[in-house]
Write a protein that binds this ligand. Structure first.
Ligand SMILES: Nc1ncnc2c1ncn2[C@@H]1O[C@H](COP(=O)(O)OP(=O)(O)OP(=O)(O)O)[C@@H](O)[C@H]1O
Ligand SMILES: [Mg+2]
Length: 259
């Protein structure tokens, strides 16, 4: 048994009126205590891979794998009760659309407090203090007001940051982040990346980041996995993206805007 995420032979097909559509077609990779980027053109299957890991796909999706484990936990075979515990604590996910992640009938503050309290050992006052600190850390200017607000009272960018705060408050061992910074402006993006970096380096978290931003990958990540049409066509050190061999990776990198 190895630590971290291990995936072998992952396949996902969606039912459609014209029969099954294969979105992920035999994918193998691991994520340890490191920053791994999943890149590739739109529709190549990146979000499907991310969601499959936590079994957060719609009922029309069929998942199969030779192996899909996290610290030895069988993510495909375990029952839904166990999976809920994995989702609530061990593996966190920042979704492409934050509106689905926050509970609409609970204040933002209470959701973050519950995340802190879920892993035990801290009282309500301490959890509240940490929640306010976390909101400030993701650049929410008026943490007290946002703490008391309901998700629909926040702007899109603020909702994104509130969700990031909630997911990080649970102290995950692995974070799957699907375009976590695309809705954020540059300074907020830097702060969010700095928090993620600190969690990887100081707390040994693993990070699987799905992004279109190849500059971010080259400067922030350790390794990159390049997806095309449901397959990983190249796996390489993130710093080597510019010198990639695979013509597809080269084309992807050539098309990226430089800062
Ligand atoms: N719920 C669904 N039902 C049917 N097909 C789907 C569903 N979700 C995704 N697909 C299909 O699966 C393939 C992979 O989609 P996915 O969302 O994983 O791509 P992606 O790489 O995340 O793209 P993007 O960069 O645009 O977010 C696409 O062909 C898409 O049309
Ligand atoms: Mg996607």
């Amino acid at each position: 048994m190895t630590a971290g995420l291990e995936i072998a032979g992952l396949r996902v097909a969606y039912d459609s009126i014209r029969g099954p559509v294969v979105a992920v077609d035999g994918v193998d990779f691991t994520v340890g205590h490191e920053r791994v980027a999943l890149v590739g053109e739109s529709g190549s299957g990146k979000s499907t891979v991310g969601r499959a890991i936590l079994r957060l796909l719609p009922p029309s999706a069929h998942i199969a794998a030779d192996r899909m484990t996290f610290d030895g936990i069988d993510l495909l075979g375990c029952d839904e009760r166990r999976m809920r515990r994995v989702r609530g604590g061990r593996i966190g996910m920042i979704l492409q659309d934050p509106r689905h992640a926050l509970n609409p009938v609970m204040t933002v503050g209470r959701q973050i407090v519950e995340s802190y309290r879920a892993h035990g050992g801290i009282g309500g006052t301490e959890a509240r203090r940490r929640a306010l600190d976390m909101l400030a850390a993701v650049h929410i200017r008026d943490p007290e007001r946002v703490f008391a607000a309901y998700p629909h009272q926040l702007s899109g960018g603020m909702g994104q940051r509130a969700m990031i705060a909630m997911v990080l408050a649970a102290g995950p061992d692995l974070l799957i982040a699907d375009e976590p910074t695309s809705a954020l402006d540059v300074t907020v993006r830097h702060s969010v990346l700095a928090i993620l970096d600190e969690l990887v380096i100081a707390h040994g978290m693993g990070l699987l980041i799905i992004t279109h931003d190849l500059n971010l990958v080259a400067t922030f990540c350790d390794r990159a996995l390049v997806m095309r049409a449901g397959r990983i066509v190249e796996a390489l050190p993130a710093s080597g993206l510019a010198e990639a061999h695979h013509p597809y990776t080269r084309a992807l990198f050539a098309a990226a805007p430089t800062l």
